[in-house]
Design a protein around this ligand. Structure first.
Ligand code: UDP
Ligand code: MG
Length: 344
């Protein structure tokens, strides 16, 4: 771990009970090696870009000592605070928790692995000061990704554009700046299946993209392997579209129609020409085909029912094990558990 500078009087001069101009929310899952450098680079940028700031790292059940690193970083500079979850809840939920705890007039969400260059933040701020409330980073390309991941992403965006109920700007990710108004709107959305890319677009507001170059991951490796990405994509589609359900209905209807025609054909043929072949293969094939279709449709409905079940249980979105650096502050702003009970 590189050493973190001790707080200097000037770095502590920021009033502790005032809302900072900018909050940075960072979801963290096993990023101990990346954190010191991330904070160092953030500080370099933020010291000139804004009047006051805070960094909120949400430790999403790391097992590599990330929390200990965060504790050190907080001791060195109280503007760096942390929340630690009781277990791994996933990046989307970590972002939601960060937004719940962020007090800034604007909030920037960024990854911990330095793929989102802190140097882009002043460009976000410039757009925000021009009056944009939802400033999203748009990756210049997906060069660093495997061809499979890239074509999968492309297919997903195409599907979403076709069937989703909201328009997703292509290449926009979680690296973005949100005005307080947008943050409050997002926090008021009660759903548990948080497909934040869709939610950012759904809330609307004055939006604009800023292009940035995705850097290579500093240390460690990606936590989003193919299987996880696939279920993430399905989450996204199913929470913003009911078309998959309709596909099941349509397929069923078309197949039922075709099978009626086939039955008619066989009936007439038997009437006019009598039976000749018993035709076992076609029988087996059709039975298998129809049971397959039925199972697929049932499965699809099951997926939606499962999601409804998850929503109606109204479990809390996340459980906090520990807050680091929040008690020292007396920020007069609802954080986390001060939310109305109906929402979380
Ligand atoms: N992350 C998280 N919880 C998880 C997985 C990832 O908070 O369960 C964080 C991770 O620490 C990083 C960000 O989400 O800050 C993006 O993760 P990663 O770099 O693995 O994803 P990729 O950049 O490959 O999409
Ligand atoms: Mg990454």
């Amino acid at each position: 771990m590189s050493e973190t500078p001790m707080p200097t009087p000037s770095s502590l001069s920021q009033p502790q009970n005032e809302r900072p101009e900018l909050s940075i929310v960072v979801p963290v899952h096993n990023e101990a090696d990346n954190l010191p450098l991330l904070i160092e680079r953030l500080k370099a940028v933020l010291s000139t870009a804004v009047a006051s700031w805070e960094v909120i790292c949400v430790d999403d059940g790391s097992r590599d000592g990330s929390l200990a690193v965060l504790r050190l970083l907080n001791a060195a500079d109280p503007r760096v605070s942390a929340i630690s979850f009781s277990r791994n809840f996933g990046k989307e939920v970590a972002i939601a928790a960060g937004l719940d705890h962020a007090a800034g007039a604007a909030v920037v969400i960024m990854d911990a692995d330095l793929q989102h260059p802190p140097e882009t933040i002043p460009l976000f701020l410039a757009k925000w000061r021009e009056g944009y409330q939802n400033v999203y980073g748009r990756r210049s390309d997906r060069a660093g990704e495997s061809p499979m991941k890239r074509s999968f992403a492309k297919a997903f965006y195409r599907l979403f554009a076709r069937f989703g109920e909201t328009e997703l700007p292509e290449g926009a990710g979680d690296f973005r700046l949100l005005d307080r108004k947008v943050v409050d709107a997002l926090r008021a959305l009660p759903e548990r299946a948080r497909f934040s890319k869709g939610l950012y677009a759904w809330v609307g507001f004055n939006s604009i993209g800023v292009t940035f170059d995705v850097a290579d991951r500093q240390f460690g490796e990606t936590k989003f392997r193919f299987g996880k990405l696939f279920s993430f994509a399905f989450d996204g589609l199913s929470s913003f579209s009911t078309v998959p359900l309709k596909i099941a209905t349509w397929t069923g209807a078309v197949i039922a129609f075709i099978s009626t025609l086939t039955a008619l054909f066989f009936l007439l043929r038997t009437l006019f020409f009598g039976t000749d072949l018993p035709g076992f293969p076609s029988l087996i094939v059709s039975i298998m085909f129809f049971s397959g279709i039925q199972l697929i449709s049932l499965g699809l409905i099951g997926e939606y029912v499962g999601r409804i079940f998850a929503e109606v249980k109204r479990r809390p979105l996340y459980l906090i094990g520990e807050r680091i650096g929040f008690d020292a502050r007396t920020v007069d702003y609802p954080r986390g558990d001060a939310l109305p009970p109906l929402i979380r």
